[in-house]
Design a protein around this ligand. Structure first.
Ligand code: NAP
Length: 241
């Protein structure tokens, strides 16, 4: 399996890359601009499997996304799977207090970016390939008073999963989504609460936050031939939340 993961250098994307490498899959990692994290990620994935590489590209820029796919395909020699994972959240706030600039940034990264990445994936994936969107439990919960903008972008991904899975059904390319709950990554610092996972985790049905590896396991299963009859599915990885 030859796999491209956007946002593959930190958090859930990195855990997915490590798990993929462990299975012997070859991985290319996309990231936005954190070069140090990208270098460390490549080093870490290289201890598990063959020939990882990282490429900087803002998913909100169609030209950069095309260049990312060019580089990934050249490096891997083809593409069997794409994880549409890059995403951001902004400071917790009510909608009334969100600036147009913030709304544009969140929608551009999480929705426009996912559309650009999925569009290139459809063009380049080999028959029998698979796409996994990283949505969020927020698509179901709505995130009132915190990030309704973010939640709405994840709702868009859930709809995109349904539509694209039907559009691509005859091609044999499967399209699915995972909806993580509160997972221990650095994304919460961007929302202004680095310790969010520790605060919210105990209030969830399973009494704890999730680990990136627990989301990665579901993504890797959806990509694998074990999920050969699964398409258009939204898989909740949220500890019952
Ligand atoms: P994270 O730890 O903050 O990592 C984000 C990754 O995405 C980094 O590699 C980052 O690159 C990259 N990225 C961000 N903006 C980008 C852009 N415009 N273009 C290209 N790459 C970009 O995030 P995470 O918590 O692992 O989240 C990954 C996905 O899971 C997101 O879609 C998020 O919404 C979703 N999710 C997370 C949680 C959670 O609790 N953590 C829950 C539900 C869903 P740089 O390092 O270069 O910035």
């Amino acid at each position: 399996m030859k796999l491209l993961i956007t946002g593959g250098t930190r958090g859930i994307g990195l855990a997915t890359a490590v798990g993929a490498a462990r299975r012997g899959w070859e991985v290319a990692l996309g990231y936005r601009g954190n070069e140090d994290a990208a270098r460390l990620a490549v080093e870490q994935v290289a201890t598990e499997g063959p020939r990882p590489a990282a490429f900087g590209a803002d998913v909100g820029d169609a030209g950069q996304v095309a260049a990312l796919f060019d580089a990934a395909v050249a490096h891997l020699g083809g593409l069997d799977g794409v994880v549409v994972n890059a995403g951001i959240v902004a400071q917790a706030s009510t909608l009334a207090d969100m600036t147009p600039d913030r709304l544009d940034r969140v929608v551009r990264t999480n929705v426009t970016g996912a559309l650009y990445v999925a569009r290139e994936a459809v063009r380049r994936l080999q028959p029998g390939g698979a796409i996994v969107f990283v949505s969020s439990a927020a698509a179901r919960l709505g995130s009132p008073g915190e990030y309704v903008d973010y939640a709405a972008t994840k709702g868009a991904l859930d709809t995109l999963t349904v539509g694209l899975s039907k559009e691509l059904g005859p091609t044999g390319i499967r399209v699915n989504a995972v909806r993580p709950g509160v997972i221990e990554t650095d994304i919460h610092a961007d929302g202004g609460e680095p310790d969010r996972a520790a605060r919210v985790g105990p209030a969830t049905p399973m009494g704890r936050a999730g680990r990136p590896e627990e989301v990665a396991a579901a993504i890797l299963w959806l990509l694998s031939s074990e999920a050969s009859y699964v398409t258009g599915a939204h898989l909740d990885i949220a500890g019952g939340r």
